[in-house]
Design a protein. Structure first.
Length: 116
């Protein structure tokens, strides 16, 4: 999946959320930079495991950021694998099967916003 990067998808959704949450909430730029680093890791996983698409959602209540990556399969055979490292930074991780029968991994990250 070389045509769409994870952070490109995240950026579009976060811009809309910023409009929705303003003026009561503002985005914490440091958290946003950290999320970009997580997206770089997800891009690496996508490349390694034949990822095809990303879906990004913002929970309107908890304000968490969910990034779902579809891939053919995934085998994590090392304790220090980049998946394990990324998993430690999530609020939660979910696994399901996409409509196309592929593995869908949903990473949920902490909120980017703070009250003004």
């Amino acid at each position: 999946m070389s045509f769409v990067k994870c952070f490109d998808a995240v950026e579009m959704v976060v811009e809309e959320a910023n409009k929705q949450f303003a003026p009561i909430w503002k985005m914490n730029k440091e958290r946003y930079k950290i999320l970009k680093q997580y997206c770089d890791v997800i891009d690496g996983l996508s490349s390694e495991y034949n990822g095809e698409s990303y879906e990004v959602e913002i929970d309107d209540i908890a304000m968490t950021v969910a990034i779902t990556m579809d891939c053919s399969d995934m085998v994590v055979d090392q304790q220090n694998h980049k998946f394990t490292t990324l998993a430690q930074r999530t609020v939660s991780i979910g696994f399901s099967v996409s409509d196309e029968g592929r593995l869908a991994i949903k990473f949920i990250f902490p909120s980017l916003w703070e009250r003004v």
